[in-house]
Design a protein around this ligand. Structure first.
Ligand SMILES: *Cc1c(COP(=O)(O)O)cnc(C)c1O
Length: 430
């Protein structure tokens, strides 16, 4: 089946990109566990290497199992193409790589996954890139942070971990006016709860490690291209608009139009950076995506129930979940994320840092792990783990202060999850 806009989400999450295997009729997508593909003849090989014909050469670039996953995610996100990578962090580098050069910067939200803050504030400096962090609720500050070397705005849709939801449309208006792409990390929302491209995003990145796979088995990432950015409108994006010496002067945008970013991601990004997703991992993620909408509905339902219970508990200072009427982001969540505000939220424990540490060790059903988006319920005390590399100021800006724990609510029975939280809070706050 190719993508059929007439099918609904529940159908597309099972069928998009897949068809019975032409060699065997296998109904499930086979794991093409192969490194290389036999060329028909020397002319076929030459055409593939010149990008004159699309096909399989070597699995660092393309693989049939991975290709099904790419088409599946692109379809669910409403993009024209996608490039899968070995992790979510790889996907972020793959998204920025065609846009940036030494001296260029990205304007990024202060409310990001801790690892993304570290990647953007520290590691990308080694490439001569930099990031300017701004509060994306202050639209004037976002616009003011953009200078002539800015090549993208970067944000998360439902921001991990602080109960924040981004007004993507408002940021897209700013990026459009500046002639730069808007990159949205849609990991926490998934395409079931949010389609950033429909709200004006240029590129969508995912850690497929999380909800898309959904069972905590494999790491992976993906960059989805909306196909609607004009890379040749100015001279800011020479990797996509100017002649490419490694392909005999081919211009990606002129040659591939709306697919320029996707082709560049495979032909240059995966070829030379090698952050390739393996076909086994693609298989696990394809299995997961088949039930994405069913899981997300339950994640949201459980998160709403548990957040409401915690909010009424005396041992809890506050709960930050955009799905709670008390949240300052409740109205925005209703408008921009009508199917729910996701399965992640944080809460502050009255006993502070020590009570948080005790709480995570006393829980029995919740696992204390650095992951999210699993069917299992998970908890983490960010200040002592994922966010410990950050300054106190950065921790608080990211909604991960010392008295705060983050929950990733799974799909178990909510009454069992509440009972577990209740007994552990009793011990932590005694
Ligand atoms: C986990 C995560 C990442 C990084 O993804 P990896 O697959 O762990 O590299 C990026 N953004 C968000 C929102 C995440 O949750």
């Amino acid at each position: 089946m190719t993508d059929e806009p007439t099918y609904g989400f529940d159908t597309l999450q099972i069928h998009a990109g897949a068809r019975p295997d032409p060699a065997t009729g296998a109904r499930q997508t086979p794991i093409y566990q192969t490194t290389a593909y036999v060329f028909r003849d020397a002319d076929h090989a030459a055409a593939l290497f010149n990008l004159q014909e699309v096909g399989f050469i070597y699995s660092r670039l393309t693989n049939p199992t991975v290709a099904v996953l790419q088409e599946r995610i692109a379809t669910l996100e409403g993009g024209v193409g996608a490039v899968c990578c070995s992790s979510g962090h790889a996907a972020q580098i793959m998204a920025l790589f065609p846009l940036m050069q030494p001296g260029c910067n990205v304007v990024a939200s202060t409310r990001l996954y801790g690892g993304s803050i570290t990647q953007l504030s520290q590691t990308i400096k080694r490439f001569g890139w930099s990031a300017t962090f701004v509060d994306t609720d202050d639209l004037d500050a976002v616009a003011a942070a953009i200078d002539e070397n800015t090549r993208a705005i970067f944000c998360e849709s439902i921001a991990n971990p602080g109960g924040y939801v981004t007004d993507i449309r408002a940021l897209a208006d700013i990026s459009d006016a500046a002639g730069i792409p808007l990159i949205v990390d849609n990991t926490s929302a998934t395409p079931y709860l949010c389609n950033p491209i429909k709200q004006g995003a240029t590129l969508v990145v995912h850690s497929t490690t999380k909800y898309l796979t959904g069972n905590g088995t494999v790491t992976g990432g993906c960059v989805v291209d909306s196909g609607n950015f004009d890379w040749s409108a100015n001279d800011k994006f020479p990797s996509l608009s100017a002649p490419e010496p490694a392909y005999h002067g081919l211009k990606f945008h002129e040659t591939f139009g709306g697919l320029a970013f996707t082709f560049h991601g495979i032909a240059i990004g995966l070829r030379d950076l090698g952050m390739t997703l393996n076909p086994q991992a693609a298989h696990y993620t394809l299995m997961g995506i088949e039930t994405l909408s069913l899981r997300m509905q339950r994640h949201v339902e459980n998160a709403e129930t548990i957040a409401a219970w915690l909010e009424k508990d005396d041992r809890v200072d506050y709960v930050t979940y955009a799905g709670l009427p008390s949240s300052p982001y409740y109205e925005r969540a209703k408008a921009c994320y009508p199917k729910g505000a996701g399965g992640l939220f944080t809460f502050a424990v009255k006993g502070g840092y020590d009570a948080c540490v005790e709480l995570v060790s006393r829980l029995e059903l919740f696992s204390h792990v650095a992951n999210l988006g699993d069917t299992r319920s998970l908890i983490i005390h960010s200040a002592s783990t994922t966010h410990r590399q950050l300054s106190l100021e950065q921790q608080e800006a990211a909604g991960a202060g010392p008295n705060v724990v983050r929950l990733s609510i799974g799909t178990e029975d909510s009454k069992d999850l509440i009972a577990d939280l209740d007994q552990a809070l009793a011990k932590a706050c005694s």
